[in-house]
Design a protein around this ligand. Structure first.
Ligand SMILES: O=C(O)[C@H](O)[C@@H](O)[C@H](O)[C@H](O)CO
Ligand SMILES: [Zn+2]
Length: 301
């Protein structure tokens, strides 16, 4: 099953304060990702190894492909369109207008082209924040915003089962990976339950993605690893350790989505930590996992 030819390489030493939301863009053979507090969206060309960067006017917590070309992103408490060429953003919708200390966090597009993203209170230090301030939302292709629930601490990893009947979700401070029944037609969720509780050494669950076998990959913040979970049995199937502690999110990309890309963070590390993990804040590529991912869905609006 698990081949012992796993290779981990830091492909880009970007020194992200908080790298997040890796997304593979097949058309350009590039990896998109954000650095949230740096207000930066990056596009790393895997062929030329060059990076392009767009600075926006507020913390940018996720980026996604857009069917009509270009991208969408969550910036502050806005769902935005992102024009790469002009380096400009256009607000499509705003959430949490009554919560001035909130911002969006992780986001991803569902198989029907809706952009899901949740919010959180701004942190005073990593994982230190006013609790229960966040909510989960989605932006429909017609720019209507649906609110699903509130009382979220740190809205994070999200993805859908291969048959589109289950929505997986992480509220980091619950230390749980949850599942909901999903209705792709309406975008409605129901019947929340936990499918995996993190073990102490796994630390804080952050970004997540699914593979072609329907198993979940979760990046463990402070845990320096990605773990592979079977959401049906609730068992961990595999642990892949990385040379940095603050692993934040993961996605599949590269040839036939056979490679995994992992983002990481530098914020919260002291100078001693940084000497031991000089690649913190970099982008890592894992090869030899022996399982592939699926292409990201583009926003349909
Ligand atoms: O990127 C995120 O998801 C949050 O914005 C980050 O701040 C950290 O991951 C969080 O502190 C760990 O729980
Ligand atoms: Zn995250």
């Amino acid at each position: 099953m698990t081949m012992s030819s796993i290779k981990i390489e830091c492909v880009l030493r970007e020194n992200c304060r908080c790298g997040e939301s890796p997304v593979w863009e097949e058309a350009s053979k590039s990896l998109l990702f954000v650095d949230i507090p740096a207000k930066k969206v990056c596009r790393w060309d895997s062929l030329s190894k060059q990076v392009q960067r767009v600075i926006v006017d507020a913390p940018v917590s996720s980026v996604a492909l857009r069917q009509s070309g270009d991208y969408v992103a969550t910036v502050g408490t806005n769902f935005c369109a992102l024009n790469w060429e002009n380096q400009s953003t256009l607000v499509l919708a705003t959430v949490d207008k009554d919560k001035k200390n909130n911002r969006f966090n992780d986001g991803k597009v569902d198989p029907a082209g809706r952009y899901f993203a949740g919010t959180m209170a701004e942190e005073t230090a990593p994982a230190v924040l006013e609790r229960h301030q966040g909510s989960l939302y989605s932006l429909f292709p017609n720019h209507h915003v649906e609110k699903y629930f509130d009382q979220v601490d740190i809205s994070n990893g999200l993805d859908w089962s291969l048959d589109h009947k289950i929505f997986y979700y992480i509220d980091s401070l619950s230390y749980s990976v949850d599942a909901f029944d999903y209705d792709l037609q309406t975008g409605k969720i129901s019947n929340r339950r936990s499918v995996y509780k993190l073990e102490r050494e796994e630390q804080i669950p952050d970004g997540m993605c699914i593979d072609v076998e329907g198993k979940l990959w979760v990046a463990c913040y402070n845990g320096g690893r990605v773990i592979r979970l079977d959401p049906e049995t609730g068992k961990r199937l595999q642990t892949v350790k990385l040379p940095v502690d603050k692993t934040t999110s993961c996605c599949f990309g590269g040839k036939d989505y056979s490679e995994m890309y992992v983002t990481s963070a530098r914020d919260g590390l002291d100078s001693e930590d940084l000497l031991r993990q000089p690649e913190a804040g970099g982008i890592f590529k894992i090869t030899g996992l022996g399982v592939k991912g699926i292409p990201p869905h583009p926003y349909a609006g």
